[in-house]
Design a protein around this ligand. Structure first.
Ligand SMILES: [Fe+2]
Length: 422
């Protein structure tokens, strides 16, 4: 009996409860992608029987005239809308509560949909607003994984930047004003029902925002591709986790995103009216969003939480500075993957070793960052050497991100990465 227990039952238990032998994939209910599709939003919503909607956006988007296009389209389809323009970069629970109050004042019951228009910040606020309105709860009760009680009123996500991929992820990052921490709401119930991606909306995006959000998309794709394999993540197979490790479909999406960004980000930054480059970047951001929301992101995003907190700089800027240093750390564990990335970024990899190719791949990432005017290191955005030990220690709490790293992480490892990124 003892032998049979060791030989048969133990491995069976291990496979059932520990190893994940499958992968899953989910994305927005529907994606509409193309030039000038924003003008068709009214008709698209009418087809979905939506009669009244809350628009969540910010004042600069209103000023840029983008809301006029959307409002005219909704009006021509006889859809009532109310605009909440109190969105802001790095949004907080206060902003969510203000959006919720606006909806409650205007609509007799629930609106039929929440339309998020803008960068990732506004889209994230629209997701949490939909959840709070539907379940009559508070944003503070939604932080963490799987805390939304059930289906929500539909979120329609219309990005005006090419970067976050928020239009196709079930995640919203919001600052908890009580804890003074940026936290994530992660639930399949806040996944946008429709992602309407119109690259023309990104044409007015300033060079700095184009560069930083483009590097965020590159970070999503590179992190998604170089994560631990889904079957190697030691978590129970019946547990739902937001970031379960890489899979063959996330790999394909990440690959294409990296190719598109390497070929188009510089052009989009320096020639803002280059429509093909804008279109390629919008597609890349969408694909990278689909990739990482089904596999994960890891060290770069975990460290960026701290960099953002210390410097109040944008998510994309912190990621851009951290990415090459994290790649240096991961390279010994993922040499083949970085060699492939080198090829997708247009480096010559024929006839050289995987290790040499991998080094060129990381160099190509450093080069694109430099070419588009991203500051050299963390020291340039206000991080001091003396901040590093505390930052490294604090990063360890983002376990949902650190556990999917292909190379194990520790506070010492994060210190090494931060020094390298200075
Ligand atoms: Fe990101």
């Amino acid at each position: 009996l003892t032998l049979s227990f060791i030989n048969d039952i133990v491995p069976a238990l291990f496979i059932t409860f520990i190893m994940r032998t499958y992968w899953k994939f989910s994305t927005s209910g529907e994606v509409i992608f193309g030039k000038n599709t924003a003008q068709s939003v009214g008709n698209e919503l009418r087809l979905r029987k939506i009669k009244q909607a809350l628009i969540v956006t910010d004042a600069p988007i209103v000023k840029a005239g983008i809301i006029d296009v959307i409002r005219d389209s909704l009006k021509s389809a006889d859809i009532q809308c109310e605009v909440f323009d109190g969105g802001a970069p790095e949004p907080s629970t206060d902003i969510v509560n203000n959006a919720v109050d606006t909806a409650r004042e205007v609509f007799a019951s629930l609106p039929d949909a929440v339309i998020g228009i803008g960068g990732g910040s506004n889209l994230d606020v629209s997701k949490v607003t939909a959840a709070v309105l539907t379940h009559n709860t508070s944003p503070f009760d939604l932080f963490g994984e799987d805390k939304v009680a059930g289906a929500c009123i539909p979120v329609i996500a219309i990005p005006t930047t090419a970067g976050t991929g928020s239009e196709t992820t079930p995640i919203a990052v919001i600052e908890d004003v009580n804890k003074k921490l940026k936290l994530a709401v992660s639930s399949p119930f806040i996944m946008p029902r429709l992602a309407l991606v119109d690259p023309m909306l990104t044409v007015s995006c300033p060079a700095k925002v184009t560069a930083e959000s483009g590097m965020d998309a590159l970070t999503h794709a590179v992190e998604a591709y170089t994560l631990i394999e889904h079957h190697a993540l030691p978590i129970p197979s019946d547990m739902r986790v937001a970031f379960p490790g890489k899979n063959p479909l996330s790999d394909v999406l990440a690959m294409r995103a990296i190719q598109l960004i390497a070929a188009n980000l510089r052009t989009a930054v320096y020639q803002p009216h280059h429509i093909e480059a804008r279109e390629a970047m919008s597609l890349a951001a969408l694909l990278a969003g689909m990739a990482f929301s089904n596999s994960g992101v890891s060290s770069v995003h975990a460290l960026q939480y701290l960099v953002g907190q210390y410097t109040h700089t944008s998510h994309g800027l912190g990621n851009a500075i951290l990415l090459p240093a994290v790649c240096d750390y991961l390279m010994p564990a993922q040499t083949r993957e970085f060699a492939e990335i080198a090829e997708w970024m247009g480096e010559k990899t024929k006839g050289i070793s995987d290790r040499d190719a991998a080094m060129w791949g990381i160099e190509a990432i450093r080069q694109i960052k430099q070419d588009i005017g991203i500051p050299h290191g963390l020291g340039d955005i206000g991080i001091k050497e003396s901040d590093i030990p505390d930052m490294a220690q604090a990063t360890m709490r983002y376990q949902r991100l650190t556990r999917v790293s292909a190379r194990p992480l520790s506070a010492e490892a994060f210190e090494w990465i931060l020094h390298k990124a200075m």
